[in-house]
Ligand binder design. Structure first.
Ligand code: GLN
Length: 562
């Protein structure tokens, strides 16, 4: 009864407090913001994901959100060189790659609601203005844009599914474009009281000549945050050297932070070690204390630590080639490289990934460039650049019986290569690259033909797929029905299906509703699998994707037999 009274009291007096139905009934959803200062690329996403992992390991329900201050509606139309890979969620949202980290660390699926950009905020406000929702009023950054931002944040809490919403603010404090987001944080912090905290991630440089860690940049970045009305509650310090007590005290003194809320975030061998470092620094306990949340239970990180043990103690090694055109920036293929880490840990095998620029592959150098590899993966992608190199890599893997894995465009290249070199259709191609080919073995999907807008219009998100009994994929998944995420406009042209089957490339997975071919295999090859979908998006530390595990296993076997 007393508990109930507290519940109603809060509802009555604090307008913006929402309650999580998963919970005991008295805990308001808690909001944690993660901001960054001093420099970009310090790993806010990893800290946010690690904290989520720890809170989950204490039995709480958590979701991670990313607010991106750029004006694109979503990253779907961005070149991967801009912000790295575009990550696709179950519901087909094209999102920032940090959502991939959140899912890989927590195994909690994200959705469109978990990634909001300035573009999306403004689009919504402008649509409301056109509808007349603000009739008579001047529409302004404050309160209209900030209200829209706050709604996007609290919408996750309002679902009633989460006790904690961890929202990462993209960019660095002081950036002009992130001002409205920081202002929204300020307002929420004020109205939510102890249900909201801010964690600020900064960098503590080590000046070798002085032999000292320097706190000044951190002091300045906290001042920048304070100038915008936000006092951080916890400071996480990226540092290459351990933080001394005096450094911690100095940061605490100059930035109004409790000494035990200055958290060290040192260099580690793997991003998956970060939750353990944060546990050792008691980040989760400080968060719970600051938010007035009782500790529900001891941390259960047994499986996570078992994963780390396997990751750091490999017994074998394979060397896999990742053939693509965005090889200068490894973030461009983030989910694929992480999926190899998960699969490698599962098999106690270090997977060395070599990035091979498909633009540089020629008939003359392909054997030399791909020699020594125990597996070849042809990457997803768009457009003409580097396509012939990808097709050459497929041919090399097929003819030399090297384990092959093609993903999306990589699968399409495998189909084109087979059509050209096995079926003898010399000009076979995807109509994406060669619209007038006489053998369009990869064709545009019917529903894509009338689409002219580029943003958010591909075949996106999770679709079901039925696996053919007796195929390799069926054995790998151990299931007839699977669901995987897509991001493409083109597809296997079923007019050629019989030709392919007769010559030895078979459809192993088909969409039960549309009949689209989702997986191709060559049964006579030791391991040759191409998937139209992106399995990498669903691989997590705790649940390595079976197709990646099987591919690494095949690479191990190839190495053993060689
Ligand atoms: N460009 C190809 C298509 O749109 C493949 C896309 C991809 O690899 N994600 O179908």
């Amino acid at each position: 009864m007393l508990k109930k009274n507290i519940f109603f009291a809060k509802v009555k007096y604090q307008k913006n407090v929402y309650f999580c139905k998963n919970n005991t009934g008295i805990m308001a959803t808690k909001y944690i913001f993660v901001t960054g200062g001093v420099a970009s690329s310090l790993g806010k996403g990893i800290i946010a994901a690690s904290l989520a992992r720890l809170l989950k390991a204490r039995g709480y329900s958590v979701t991670n959100q990313k607010l991106d201050p750029y004006i694109n509606i979503d990253p779907g139309t961005l070149n991967p060189y801009e912000h790295g890979e575009c990550y696709v969620t179950e519901d087909g949202a094209e999102t920032d790659l940090d959502l991939g980290h959140y899912e890989r660390f927590t195994s909690v699926p994200t959705s469109q609601a978990n990634n909001v950009t300035t573009g999306r905020i403004y689009k919504n406000v402008i649509e409301k203005e056109r509808r007349g929702d603000f009739l008579g009023k001047t529409v302004q950054v404050i309160p209209h844009i900030t209200n829209e931002i706050k709604e996007r944040i609290t919408a996750l809490g309002n679902t009633g599914d989460y006790e904690f919403v961890i929202t990462e603010i993209g960019g660095t404090v002081g950036d002009i474009e992130s001002y409205p987001f920081i202002e929204a944080v300020r307002q929420l912090k004020w109205s939510l009281g102890r249900s909201c905290i801010v964690i600020h991630l900064t960098y503590i440089p080590y000046i070798a000549a002085a032999g000292e860690l320097k706190t000044k940049p951190t002091q300045h970045s906290v001042k920048a945050l304070q100038e915008q009305g936000v006092q951080p509650d916890i400071i996480v310090c990226r540092t290459e050297k351990p933080l001394t007590r005096s450094v911690r005290e100095k940061i605490g003194l100059f930035c109004n932070i409790d000494g035990d809320c200055v958290i060290e975030d040192g260099d580690v061998a793997s991003i998956y070690d970060v939750p353990i470092c944060m546990r050792d620094e008691k980040l989760d306990l400080q968060v719970l204390r600051k938010l007035d949340v009782p500790v529900k239970k001891d941390l259960d990180l047994e499986k996570w630590e078992a994963f780390l043990y396997k990751l750091h103690n490999p017994e074998r090694e394979v060397s896999v080639g990742l053939v693509g055109k965005y090889v200068q920036l490894q973030d461009a293929y983030k989910s694929i490289t992480e999926a190899f880490i998960h699969a490698g840990a599962e098999l106690r095998c270090k997977v060395k990934v070599s990035y091979i620029n498909s633009e540089e592959l020629t008939e003359e150098n392909v054997a030399e460039r791909l020699s020594g590899l125990t597996g070849i993966l042809v990457a997803p992608g768009f457009g003409n650049r580097g396509i012939e190199g990808k097709i050459l890599a497929v041919q090399y893997a097929r003819e030399n019986k090297i384990p092959f894995f093609g993903i999306c465009l990589g699968m399409q290249c495998a189909v084109v290569e087979f059509a050209r070199n096995v079926l003898g259709y010399k000009d076979a191609h995807s109509v994406e690259i060669a619209p007038t080919t006489t053998h369009p073995v990869i064709d545009i999907m019917e529903e894509q033909k009338s689409i002219s807008n580029m943003g958010g219009t591909m075949r996106l998100g999770a679709y079901p797929c039925r696996l053919e009994a007796g195929t390799r994929s069926y054995d790998i998944y151990g299931n007839e029905m699977i669901s995987e995420r897509h991001r493409h406009r083109y597809e296997f042209n079923n007019a050629y299906l019989d030709d392919f089957k007769a010559a030895g490339m078979v459809p192993a997975g088909i969409n039960p509703d549309s009949g689209l071919v989702e997986i191709v295999e060559i049964p006579s090859h030791p391991y040759f699998v191409g998937s139209q979908f992106h399995p990498e998006y669903k691989s997590t530390a705790m649940h390595p994707h079976p197709l990646f595990v099987a591919f690494v296993e095949a690479a191990l076997k190839y190495k053993a037999d060689a």
